[in-house]
Design a protein around this ligand. Structure first.
Ligand code: PMP
Length: 387
């Protein structure tokens, strides 16, 4: 019997069987009409997922970090100013990428578990012109959710492009790219899009494409240049052959199926399901008297939770939970990683999955002699689910 465990980390996530099956087909050529049709559906579908009817999708082989590079490499030129709204590990990574592409980076930081205040961001934006403002929608290292709508409005008001790292949010958290005036939103296939790792997904809105067209210097990386990818993506969308670099045929085929599943559920019901299940999970943790890394309810993500270890417990809890058949993740924030664990509850996650993970946390704590009242957390989850 194969070992049956439930994967509840913040990506990669459990896949729906139809998504996995899509990769088991015969190898198709990248210009096979069935593949071109799948790529076309995927590109059109992504506009629905990002709620961005006017944006240009790019789907390129690579991980989320490549998606970050794809965004930055095209819209920023050497010497331009970038403002990083910094909520942790992945905002720091965005700054490193911006610097590699020659940008002058200013950070607006918050203590771990918080988001920078809008007033602080406003002050910096008013102090000098910025080409871009970047924000990590959900910082996977801390479980903090940033106010993207308000930040995008501030960026627009001050003439900066708004780039959103949505690797841990797209497909789970409400993100209305076009309504909110987000210029570039990016993600990767392995999180709430519900596909295997390996695809970088970037949607560029009209202002971002105009900024790329108006560049005075060439994009430094050939593989990342919108100029190479745009004709290919336009052709694939029209189901016409084109080539720049071989697409990841199996992964795009899997993404085609998962994007269709997302749209079938509907984005608004999907956002609401993530809110409901995140609240149920947290009700279970609260019943175990556990607290969270995000400082306030308003800054808590719905795609994952970062839960502090109780007194006397360390990362051994992650192993104890694994022994109960559920895989969760340890901490990631460089200074705090020994003090908390992370649970992903995104994608096709169900109420049963939430009960399973909360039960495993409860049993793991009991195994370590750190909890008493067994069943209390499960009851709290049941109550939250009944609301
Ligand atoms: N940004 C965020 C918010 C992430 O969570 C991650 C991955 N955990 C990345 C970027 C980088 O993605 P990848 O690991 O796929 O390169």
């Amino acid at each position: 019997m194969s070992e049956r465990t439930l994967l509840m980390i913040p990506g990669p996530i459990e896949l729906e069987p139809a998504v996995t099956h899509a990769m088991g087909d015969r190898q198709r050529g990248h210009l096979d009409p069935r593949f071109m049709a799948a790529f076309s559906r995927t590109l059109k579908g992504l506009r629905g997922v990002f709620l961005a009817p006017s944006a240009q999708p790019f789907v390129v082989a690579g991980s989320g970090t490549l998606a970050m590079e794809l965004a930055v490499a095209n819209v920023v030129e050497p010497g331009e100013a970038a403002l990083v709204v910094n909520t942790g590990y992945f905002s720091d990574r965005m700054a490193l990428i911006l610097e590699r592409y020659g940008a002058q980076v200013t950070h607006v930081r918050a203590p771990p578990g918080e988001v920078p205040s809008l007033d602080d961001v406003k002050k910096v934006l008013a102090s000098a012109p910025f080409k871009v403002l970047t924000v990590t929608h959900v910082d996977t290292s801390t479980g903090v959710l940033a106010p993207v709508e308000a930040l995008a409005a501030l960026a627009k008001e001050h003439g900066a492009l708004c780039v959103v790292d949505g690797v841990c949010s797209v497909g789970a958290e409400a993100l209305r790219m076009e309504d909110w005036g987000v210029d570039v939103a990016l993600t990767a296939s392995q999180k709430a899009l519900g596909a295997p790792p390996g695809l970088a997904v970037v949607l560029a809105g009209p202002r971002a494409l105009a900024a790329w067209r108006a560049r005075k210097t060439p994009v430094r990386s050939l593989y990342l240049d919108f100029g190479e990818w745009l004709p290919v993506h336009e052709a694939y969308e029209a189901e016409k052959p084109a080539y720049f670099a071989t697409p990841a045929v199996q992964l795009v085929s899997a993404l085609d199926v998962s994007v269709a599943q997302l749209l079938q559920e509907g984005m608004e019901p999907r956002f609401a399901r993530h809110v409901r299940l995140a609240k149920a999970f947290r009700a279970g943790m609260k019943a175990l008297e556990l607290s969270f890394l995000p400082a306030r309810d308003e800054v808590m993500a719905h795609a994952l939770s970062a839960v502090r270890y109780p007194k006397g417990v360390d990362a051994g809890l992650v192993k104890a939970i694994a022994a109960q058949g559920v895989t969760v993740a340890g901490g990631l924030h460089p200074q705090l990683k020994a003090t908390y664990f992370r649970v992903g509850h995104m994608g096709a996650v169900s109420a049963s999955d939430v009960l399973a993970v909360v039960g495993a946390v409860e049993r793991g704590l009991a195994q370590l002699g750190a909890t008493h009242d067994r069943g209390r957390a499960m009851a709290a989850v049941e109550r939250a689910l009944a609301l």
